[in-house]
Design a binder for this molecule. Structure first.
Ligand code: SF4
Length: 168
C-alpha cells in the first residue's frame, strides 16, 4: 500500500485532509472508560440536534475506513477488531468496544435515508481512530491499522461509497 499523500478531487485538499487527522487531539480521561464512552455517545446524540445534522462525506469515509477497512474497494485493510455483527440483523454492525450495545440507534451504518451512528457530527471512537472527534495519532506506531489509515491515499478514500442524506 502506498504511503504517499496526494491531493484529491473532492473538497479535501492536502491541508484540509491533514487537518482531519491532526485536529481535536484531546485526551480522554481513562477513569470509568465505559461510562465515558456512553457519555460521549450522549453528546453525539446531542450533536445531531433538532435538524438531524450529519457529518460531511470525507469524514464519514474516514470513519468507514477505520471501522470497516477497505475490502469494499478491493483493498487489503481488514475491519476493526471491535466491529461486531448485530444479532438483530446480520447485515448491520456495531462497535463492540464502546459499550452502547446492539440496537438500531447504535448500528454504524443504516439504510440510505436513515440516520446511522457514523453520521453524527461529533462521534468518539474507543481507539481514537481517524475520522472520529477524539482522533489521536500518538499511538500509531503500535496501532498498525491506524498507521495504514494515516498514510492512506486520499484519492482512494474518495472511492469508498458512503451515504450522507441531505439536511432537511
Ligand atoms: S473501536 Fe472505533 S474503529 Fe473500531 S469499530 Fe469501534 S468505532 Fe469503529
Amino acid at each position: 500500500m502506498s504511503i504517499h499523500r496526494k491531493s484529491c478531487n473532492c473538497n479535501c485538499n492536502k491541508e484540509t485532509f491533514k487537518s482531519r487527522f491532526s485536529t481535536k487531539r484531546k485526551s480522554v480521561k481513562k477513569v470509568s472508560n465505559k461510562l465515558t464512552m456512553i457519555q460521549s455517545f450522549a453528546r453525539s446524540l446531542a450533536s445531531r440536534g433538532l435538524t438531524n445534522k450529519k457529518t460531511d462525506i470525507p469524514t464519514k469515509q474516514l470513519r468507514v475506513l477505520s471501522c470497516f477497512g477497505d475490502a469494499s474497494i478491493g483493498g487489503s485493510l481488514g475491519p476493526c477488531e471491535h466491529l461486531t455483527t448485530s444479532e438483530v440483523s446480520d447485515e448491520k454492525y456495531f462497535c463492540g468496544k464502546c459499550g452502547c450495545g446492539d440496537k438500531k440507534s447504535t448500528w454504524l451504518e443504516a439504510e440510505s435515508v436513515e440516520y446511522s451512528k457514523l453520521d453524527y457530527p461529533r462521534l468518539v471512537c474507543p481507539l481514537k481512530m481517524p475520522g472520529f472527534s477524539n482522533y489521536d495519532g500518538s499511538d500509531s506506531k503500535e496501532n498498525i491499522r491506524k498507521n495504514i489509515i494515516e498514510n492512506y491515499e486520499p484519492i482512494k478514500i474518495t472511492k469508498l461509497t458512503v451515504k450522507v442524506a441531505e439536511k432537511d
